[in-house]
Design a protein around this ligand. Sequence first.
Ligand SMILES: [Zn+2]
Length: 95
Amino acid sequence: MALEKAYCANHSERLAIGVCVETGRAICGECSTRYNGVNYSREGLEIMLARKREKSALPGRLGWRRVVMLGVPVSVLLYLIFLLFGEWLMLWLRG
Ligand SMILES: [Zn+2]
């Protein structure tokens, strides 16, 4: 890659110092943000951060929902069964 001849995608008069790893566009020093040792353009950084948020938020939220959606009805059901059987047991024992 001939980076020395590339110009910034946002500033056509400025020489690019690197390429955004997300968007693949040439970017100048002002447009680039260094994150985890790699260059991102402003758009690229937003894309990357949005994906990161999505990744970290989704499993947690799904896991919490799964616990409520399955755990609560199951424990209520078990409790009702227990109450029902308890009553039957008492009646049966009294004869
Ligand atoms: Zn620029």
